[in-house]
Structures are given as C-alpha cells and as structure tokens.
Ligand binder design. Structure first.
Ligand SMILES: *[C@@H]1O[C@H](CO)[C@@H](O)[C@H](O)[C@H]1NC(C)=O
Ligand SMILES: *[C@@H]1O[C@H](CO)[C@@H](O)[C@H](O)[C@H]1NC(C)=O
Ligand SMILES: *[C@@H]1O[C@H](CO)[C@@H](O)[C@H](O)[C@H]1NC(C)=O
Ligand SMILES: *[C@@H]1O[C@H](CO)[C@@H](O)[C@H](O)[C@H]1NC(C)=O
Ligand SMILES: *[C@@H]1O[C@H](CO)[C@@H](O)[C@H](O)[C@H]1NC(C)=O
Length: 460
C-alpha cells in the first residue's frame, strides 16, 4: 500500500516535471503553449447557438443572436419596425426570456444528432452578448436558465449527455462582453480605464464555467471594442493553462480582446467564416454557419439561405487541406428542437465521413493544397498516402492531376469503392491522368466529394 502510494506519487511528480511548464500572464508565454494534439486529429466540431435570442429568432440580413444589440444599441430600423409591428410598446428584451421554454430540449437527443455528424467536439454557447447564462450562474441572479425560461441547467444537462453517451469533446463558448450591462456601459464610457464589469461579472462567470463544467474547449468571443488588458485575458489564460482543472487538455482560441484575433491565444479563428484558401502556418479554425446569415435560429430564413451538403463539403475539404478545423454552427429553436434541415446536414456530413473519414481524420496538409490542372481537387496526407478529394466528378473518362509524381509502384484507388484499382498514366507535362471506368451509380461509394487514394508517390 505505502509502496504503491509512493510509486504513484513519483509518477505524478515526474509527469508534472515534464509537462508542467508554467505560463506567465503575457502573450509571449501564453502563445508558446502547444495546442493539445487531440484538437488537430478530428478536424470537425459542431457549434451551437442557443439563448434568449432563440425566442425572437429573426435576423434581417444579419445574425439573430445580435437581436438585442441591433434593436437597442445600434438601432437598426428593421429590428425597431419588427418590434413596433409585433409587440406592445413597453415590451423589453428581458420579456422574451419567459418564452425561452425549451420544453422539447432533450440533451440525449441532441447528443445523438450532434454525434451523427461524425464530429469530434461541440462548442455550446454558455453565454452570448445578451448576458443570459445557460447555466445557473451565481453571478447572474435573475438572468440565467434556472431563474427564468427553461428553469433548467442547460449547460449541465448537455455536458452529461455528451460525455455520457458519446466520445465528443465538450466545449463552451463564452462571450466576454455584454452589450447592455450597466457596468460594461460605464467601463466603456470611462474608456476602459475602470474594470468593474470584468472583476464583478465577466471573469467570475468564466471561472465558474471552467470549474463547474470542465470544458475541453474555452471558445472566447471578444475581438470587439475593448483591449485584452481590460479583460485581463493573459491573467485568465495563465490560470487556465497552469492551475485550472482542464489545464492539460483545454484548447482555446484567439478572441481575447481587440487585435488578439489571428495573432494571440490558442487556435486562430481570425474572422467569422475564415477560409484563406492557402496553407496556414498556425493552427486555425473556420467557424461557419449552415444558415449563411446567422448563428442563432432564424425563423425567417428560406431554403436557399441554408448551405447545401455540396457547399458544406467544399468548405470542409478546403479548410482541412489548408491545415484548419471546421466548426459548423446549428441554431436550435427556442423550444429546444434542432430543425430537420440542420439534422439532415449533420447526418449527411456523418454519412460522408463514414466512407471518407480516412482522408480527413488524423491527416496533415500536403505540400500542394489544390491542384493546378483540376483546381477543385484538394489534397490531404496521412503517413505515405496522399488523398485527392474531388469535389466534382470528372465529366470525361479521365482525371488530370498536376501535383502527384508517380513511381513504378504507385497505386490509385477510390475510397469506399470495391471494384478494384484504377489505371493511370504519366502526363508528358508532369503529373498523372487517372482513367475513370464507367461505374454504376449504385456502386458509387458516396454521392458527393469522392476521394482517390494515391499510394507510393515519389513526392508523397
Ligand atoms: C457516434 O457516431 C459514430 C460514428 O461517427 C458511431 O460510431 C458511434 O456509434 C456513435 N455513438 C453513438 C452513441 O451514437
Ligand atoms: C453557486 O454557489 C453555491 C453556494 O455557494 C455552490 O454550491 C454552487 O456550486 C455555485 N454554483 C456554481 C455554478 O459555481
Ligand atoms: C489578472 O489575473 C491574474 C491571474 O488571475 C491576477 O493575479 C491579476 O491580479 C489580475 N490582474 C488584474 C489587473 O486584474
Ligand atoms: C479580427 O476581428 C475583427 C472583428 O471581427 C475583424 O474585422 C478583423 O478582420 C479580424 N482580424 C483578422 C486579422 O482577421
Ligand atoms: C486553387 O488553385 C487555383 C490554381 O492553382 C487557384 O487559382 C485558386 O485560387 C485556388 N483556390 C481555389 C479556392 O480554387
């Protein structure tokens, strides 16, 4: 017993000696932390925006989760008109909260739907710019999901279901700022020289979710208005990386104050729907939405405003080929239902990954991203295999690729296809030409974005 105890204490000591580097509260030190390896393996996360904004759930050529800000701060006419036409004059934004009923919110059902996408993690809005918390926060007495609306701990129920039923990592989004919080407005008026909102509200809430729910991802939103020194972002991150319950596993992003995005922190989100089209040197993420205009649910979205599975796959493949992860957003309804259009897109992506996952999971970027002869072909690499992901099926009986240099033992196959290997020949200008045999449509391995595996290339 004693001996075992000593042994395990030793192991703990030596482990923390190796990985126990302490980070200082400055960007040079914070930025030196490697991104935990799990994050780069899976490539796909699902983002979920849910809150009081899910009640009005409208956006007029803009996102629905900014409703309060557009209506009361920025005074956008479309939002003012909407309120004048449909609500009594004294109706306040807070009045929406009692209709945030979530009566069909079933965390197990969400877990199944989210998992069906083949993703590796989710990121859920614990609190957006409206300040309403989806957990029973001790710092938000009457503006949280236990006090008004669902009367439930939405974050807690979702965490239990995700961790209990799936292998997905559980991440939380947290908005630093709150557009209309009186302390925030006062600090803003004082040109960020006072920090009452930070010390009394923003940071205590952030520490609370990390300590209570131990998220694998802390996805901060705050590349807006105030500098990172106002938020004490490096102070919080030093605690997160050194002493928090998730210090070794947690992944963060870059939205920790004006100008921090695309420069500091963990994974770079840069701007919304970031899709640079070129290989990036720092790990990055494309945070994008299935509803082209909005993160929160939008009742007034029509079908054409939802991305098709072909568009989603084109974005995903390009993102992964250039070294990024994709974080794809769905906005559930105020009653807790994930609309069938979102459910279908998630399931389609999962179906595609069940055939083509080898070309995505655990891959690294290759030296070439998209091909010069057929620019809609994007490459990834794993060990010595190069994957050529073809967004459009060839219209002729050959596919010409400039990047691959064949060797005498190069083999070409179609992922998920059981009809054998494909013939190819070298092109006089370099590259290869793959012969595409006629394939019955019901023998095709998938319906969108096909993957050729190229083994034993000279330049793999
Ligand atoms: C989650 O999805 C994966 C496929 O991506 C599947 O293998 C697994 O069984 C699913 N888990 C649950 C609990 O449905
Ligand atoms: C809120 O405070 C109570 C009492 O101090 C404590 O039991 C609870 O864990 C706290 N909740 C959170 C989310 O920190
Ligand atoms: C910033 O955070 C660190 C770590 O929690 C703390 O020690 C420091 O006092 C904070 N600084 C300010 C100005 O709030
Ligand atoms: C940082 O975010 C702001 C606001 O979203 C955006 O305007 C800016 O382009 C971003 N910076 C970079 C380098 O992407
Ligand atoms: C792909 O490659 C072509 C030619 O090399 C290039 O012009 C194009 O901008 C690239 N990107 C996309 C998104 O097609």
């Amino acid at each position: 017993m004693t001996w075992l105890y000593c042994l395990s204490a030793l192991v703990v000591l030596s482990t923390s000696f190796v990985i126990g580097k302490r980070y200082e509260p400055n960007w040079a030190s914070i930025d030196s932390r490697p991104i935990p390896a799990w994050y780069d393996e899976g490539k796909l996360g699902i983002f979920i925006h849910f809150g009081v904004f899910s009640v009005p759930s409208v956006g007029f050529n803009s996102e629905s989760e900014w409703f309060w800000n557009y209506w009361k701060n920025l005074k956008v006419p479309a939002y003012i008109d909407f309120m004048n036409k449909n609500y009594k004059p004294d109706f306040t934004y807070a009045d929406f909260a009692k209709d945030f009923t979530a009566e069909f919110f079933d965390a197990n059902k969400w877990a199944n739907i989210l998992n069906s996408s083949g993703a590796d993690y989710i990121v859920f809005t614990s609190k957006h710019g409206e300040g309403y918390t989806n957990w029973p926060s001790n710092i938000s007495f009457n503006w949280n999901s236990m006090a008004v609306g669902p009367k439930r701990d939405i974050v807690g129920e979702l965490m239990e279901a995700i961790r209990g039923k799936t292998k997905l990592h559980f991440g939380l989004y947290h908005c630093l700022y709150e557009w209309l919080h009186p302390l925030y407005l006062r600090d803003k008026e004082n040109n960020w020289q006072t920090r009452d909102f930070v010390t009394k509200k923003a940071l205590p809430g952030l520490y609370e979710i990390v300590n209570t729910y131990k998220p694998d991802i802390v996805w901060s939103d705050g590349d807006y208005e105030a500098p990172d020194t106002y938020w004490n972002s490096t102070g919080f991150l030093a605690w997160l990386y050194n002493d928090s319950p998730v210090k070794d596993i947690v992944v963060t992003n870059d939205r920790w104050g004006i100008g921090a995005n695309c420069t500091h922190g963990g994974v770079w989100t840069c701007r919304d729907r970031y899709l640079p089209g070129k290989l990036q040197t720092h790990k990055w993420v494309n945070a994008m939405t299935i509803d082209r205009q909005s993160w929160g649910y939008r009742r007034n979205a029509d079908l054409s405003q939802y991305l098709s599975i072909e568009e989603i796959l084109a974005t995903f493949v390009q993102t992964v080929s250039c070294g990024g992860n994709m974080l794809m957003n769905v906005g559930p309804q105020k009653d807790g239902i994930i609309a069938p259009i979102f459910e279908e897109r998630l399931g389609q992506l999962g179906q595609w990954l069940s055939v083509n996952g080898d070309a995505i999971r655990g891959t690294r970027p290759w030296t070439t991203q998209n091909d010069t002869l057929t620019p809609t072909v994007w490459y990834t690499k794993k060990a010595s295999i190069i994957y050529a992901i073809v967004l459009n099926w060839p219209e002729t009986d050959t596919l010409k690729l400039a990047a691959p240099v064949s060797s005498t033992s190069t083999r070409v196959a179609l992922l998920g296809y059981t009809g054998g290997q494909f013939q190819y020949q070298n092109l006089p200008t370099g590259g290869i030409e793959i012969m595409i045999p006629p394939i019955a449509i019901n023998k095709m391995p998938c319906q969108w974005a096909w993957v050729f595996t190229l083994t034993n290339l000279q330049n793999a």
